[in-house]
Design a protein around this ligand. Structure first.
Ligand SMILES: [Zn+2]
Length: 135
């Protein structure tokens, strides 16, 4: 299953960030998926349950955000939303377009729990991952 390999790579990333942040556990993993990423969100969720076992994110929830397909037009220069199977400019209808986003699979954000030695302080720390903002 392709999604399992994707999840295992994701878990490596999650674990290294959690380690860096000295987190005790990961509560949630937020993932942005574009429709052209080649990943099936439903299968990815199943794979996540397998991949998270025994890791610092063993209890973590997977939150999937579906990212839109955005294209930029070679003719009119505008950026518009498009359907995954129909990459036509939303402004002038031209088919000469470039994909701006929609094929990404990115770790967007994680929720961590960190416990200090004596007290149960610091409930959560949010990590913003590198990624281009897609609107
Ligand atoms: Zn156009």
């Amino acid at each position: 299953m392709h999604e399992l390999a994707v999840c295992q790579a994701l878990m490596e990333q999650v674990e290294s960030i959690a380690l860096e942040e000295q987190a005790d556990s990961v509560v949630a993993v937020h993932l942005g998926i574009g429709p052209l990423s080649g990943v099936e969100p439903r299968l990815l969720e199943q794979a996540f349950f397998i991949a998270r076992a025994g890791s610092i994110a063993a209890e973590a929830e997977l939150v999937i955000e579906n990212l839109p397909v955005r294209i930029s037009c070679d003719q009119c220069g505008q950026t518009s939303d498009a359907l995954p199977a129909r990459l036509l400019c939303g402004v002038c209808g031209n088919w000469r377009t470039k994909l701006v986003s929609g094929d990404e699979l990115q770790l967007q954000h994680m929720e961590l729990v960190r416990q200090t030695a004596d007290e149960l302080a610091e409930p959560e720390a949010d990590i913003q991952q590198q990624h281009e903002r897609v609107n």
